[in-house]
Design a protein around this ligand. Sequence first.
Ligand SMILES: C[S@@+](CC[C@H](N)C(=O)[O-])C[C@H]1O[C@@H](n2cnc3c(N)ncnc32)[C@H](O)[C@@H]1O
Length: 211
Amino acid sequence: MLTLMKPEIELYAREKTASHGDLLEKLTTETKETMEWPEMLTGPLEGRFLKLMVTISGAKRVLEVGMFTGYSALSMAEGLPEDGELITLEINDKAIEVANRYFGNSPHGKKITIKKGAGLDSIKELTGTFDLVFIDADKVNYSNYYEAILPKLKTGGIILVDNVLYSGEVLDPQSENAKAIHAFNEKVSNDNRVDKVLLTIRDGVYFIVKK
Ligand SMILES: C[S@@+](CC[C@H](N)C(=O)[O-])C[C@H]1O[C@@H](n2cnc3c(N)ncnc32)[C@H](O)[C@@H]1O
């Protein structure tokens, strides 16, 4: 679990947050047992936050960039109305196979469409506008995803971006990923097209609203 919080505070926050239920618990267990980098799962605290963001925003059309085994996609789909739609972009076949099975076992799975391939290519093919977008794929492309998505986001629409504190490395960025995320954060903080709050949930979530 990626978090900058003291472990006991993180645990306390999780205990005081709604349960993610049995299916997401099973998905988490299988991901930890069978996948490389299981810490990429957004997990219960951020997952419940994403679900509530979808619910309270009244979003009906959601886009996710970086699905992995489907934890955040299923969490957000829970917050959608019955006729809501979530399109999720993923490049990894094994992750898609796991996610598809869990989507098939959830009453919310029918709201989800997986688009396989490189995220930037897939975004170019998407038509219509989105109400809420969650960016959680390759960090070096965060700025590219942002620019590609902004024209497809409705006015008042929300972009949530994961890992924007990158385990604290943004304070002194050395790796390629940390540099890319810091540059992205600089870009957003100076962008007059959007309003924004950088939330310190887990590894940092940028909450961006299109003006
Ligand atoms: C941090 S994980 C996503 C975690 C997921 N949101 C969750 O809560 O479980 C990032 C995912 O992005 C995918 N990814 C990496 N580069 C990509 C690309 N260029 N296009 C689409 N997906 C990509 C990876 O395969 C990985 O599954």
